[in-house]
Design a protein around this ligand. Structure first.
Ligand code: FAD
Length: 505
């Protein structure tokens, strides 16, 4: 009997230690997972290659394998195994891999393909939706709008994952009014770096809840988010107005984001059109397009104010009132206003058309040395003069979009990990440049020049979607939040397994 028991124990041990897979020679590292974990890692060259690259197209970071989890239990098993032994491998959740510098990658570790966890369930009272972490925002919109409801805060582009944007902030033209996406979450299910599956909210495990929101994937993997919903409007009136004067442009933007009444618009953004860049005039009627191009040529920089007002019923007076207010109170260049009337869905999904266009030209999968900054309102003129006029405009050429719009700090929750400037109003500046393999280093040098200029002139920028490689830069970035960030890492991911591509720990 004792011999039989010994034999069973030996067989069990053997089975436990037998590898469930061996990795292909493409990867740099082999991870052996014990069979009882019942986890299959994908290691075929195509899967590994996809997980090694991201939208930035600047880095290549090769994982050992990719897990497509059927449920959050598999993620928990993987992390428990990784956390309980010697640290053999690290783990990175990956939504769409729309990061810029390998933030969703892991060298020699396991990438978790979060798109395997995609689902949207709208609550009976339609006040919130429970959304799986890998769901694309465009699918959240589809599923909710079908029921007449919608989240209230959106990124410009919707083919990115809920877990990915909640790990950053999720910003766009509705933030001034509704806050970033991280401000519109009621609770989360999270798998920590120790493999624990925890629900969290402002009341339950608040340290984890606030840490994960804007937490760059450092404390846990979001498997479910409960997202606030409101009425889904049917249509949007979408306006663009042109300015040649920077002060008039920013004054109007700031006035629009401070309004709080019925004629308030629902969305405020802005862009720069520069004579050394691509001037997209397509929003304007064909008869005006050459006039717009001439304006840019003559003034070097033209500022585009972009706003939208949502509505259901075109026969109600509100749209007329909004148009009257915009045309009477704003100081755009006379005649340079254009208006489109589109469905709410098409308005929110507007970048899809750009993606299709760029893909068809082979210009989507190119290097993207983007620089995203928050600039305090009090220093925006210095920033404009020093960066836009003296650095960007002096380049031989620029490519891509330059976003430029203000937003309100009081819509953010300072207990969350996301970092923003310490001023009531700050600007979002997105220098979203495309490059070629030949000039990517040059664009990165211009980005460094911009950051150095801001530092030297005391402009207190904060970066968004940033990638620092030096610890001191992270400490400076987080400022007074660094202590909490560090403590939370120790608490929820003490072996430092999660999202190592952020290069923080
Ligand atoms: P990934 O790149 O896959 O992951 C980002 C980080 O989050 C990684 O560290 C990853 O490990 C971690 N992560 C991913 N999923 C989870 C999860 N479930 N739980 C925990 N951690 C996770 N951002 C805006 O805010 N506003 C915009 O308007 C906007 N527009 C964009 C337009 C384009 C064309 C592109 C390419 C990006 C844009 N972004 C915008 C940036 C976008 O928010 C980030 O790329 C973000 O990372 C989401 O992308 P993703 O789902 O692919 O995440």
């Amino acid at each position: 009997m004792a011999n039989l028991r010994l034999m069973i124990t030996l067989i069990t041990l053997l089975v436990y230690l037998l590898p469930s897979f061996a990795i292909s020679s493409e990867s740099t590292k082999v991870i052996i997972l014990p069979k009882p974990l019942n986890l299959t890692l994908l290691t075929d060259p195509s899967t590994i290659s996809t997980a090694s690259h991201d939208y930035g197209n600047i880095t290549t970071v090769i994982p050992a394998g990719v897990l497509c989890p059927p449920s959050s239990a598999e993620i928990s098993r993987l992390l428990r195994y990784a956390a309980n032994g010697e640290r053999m491998f690290q783990v990175a959740a990956r939504g769409q891999g729309h990061s810029l510098n390998g933030q969703a990658a892991v060298s020699g570790g396991v990438v978790i393909n979060m798109t395997c966890l995609a689902d949207v369930t709208v609550s009976e009272d339609k006040k919130y939706a429970d959304v799986a972490g890998g769901t694309l925002w465009v699918d959240v919109l589809r599923e909710t709008a079908e029921k007449g409801v919608s989240p209230v805060s959106w990124t410009d582009y919707l083919h990115i994952s809920v877990g990915g944007t909640l790990s950053n902030a999720g910003i766009g033209g509705q933030v001034f009014r509704n806050g970033p996406q991280i401000s519109n979450v009621l609770e989360l299910d999270v798998i920590t770096g120790k493999g624990e599956m925890l629900a969290c909210s402002p009341q339950l495990n608040p340290e984890l809840f606030y840490g994960v929101l804007g937490g760059l994937g450092q404390f846990g993997i979001i498997s479910r988010a409960r997202i606030v919903l409101n009425h889904a409007p049917k249509r949007a009136k979408w306006f663009k107005m042109l300015y040649s004067d920077f002060t008039a442009f920013t004054k109007d933007q700031e006035s629009l984001i401070s309004m709080d009444n019925d004629t308030e618009v629902d969305y405020v953004e802005g862009q720069l059109l520069m004579s050394n860049g691509i001037v997209d005039t397509s929003f304007f009627p064909p008869s005006d397009q050459s006039k717009v191009a001439d304006l840019v040529k003559n003034h070097s920089i033209i500022y585009v104010l972009e706003v939208a007002k949502y509505y259901d019923d075109p026969s109600l007076p509100i749209i007329g009132q909004v148009i009257e207010k915009l045309t009477k109170t704003l100081s755009y260049l006379p005649g340079f206003i254009s208006m489109h009337d589109v469905t709410y869905f098409d308005f929110l999904n507007r970048v899809q058309a750009e993606e299709d266009k760029l893909r068809s030209l082979g210009l989507w999968e190119v290097p993207h040395p983007w620089l995203n900054l928050y600039v305090p309102k009090s220093q925006i003129l210095d920033f404009h003069n020093g960066v836009v006029k003296d650095i960007l405009l002096k380049q031989n050429s620029t490519s891509g979009v330059a976003l430029f719009y203000p937003t309100n700090r009081n819509k953010w929750d300072n207990r969350m990990s996301a970092v923003i400037p310490d001023e009531d109003v700050f600007y979002v500046v997105g220098l979203l440049q495309s490059a070629s393999p030949q000039n990517v280093a040059e664009v990165e040098r211009v980005n460094e020049t911009i950051i150095r200029f801001c530092k030297d002139s005391g402009i207190k920028i904060k970066q968004y979607l940033m990638h620092f490689t030096r610890k001191e830069d992270w400490v400076e970035h987080f400022g007074s939040k660094w202590g909490d960030f560090f403590k939370r890492k120790d608490l929820f991911d003490p072996k430092k397994l999660l999202s190592p591509g952020q290069d923080i720990f």
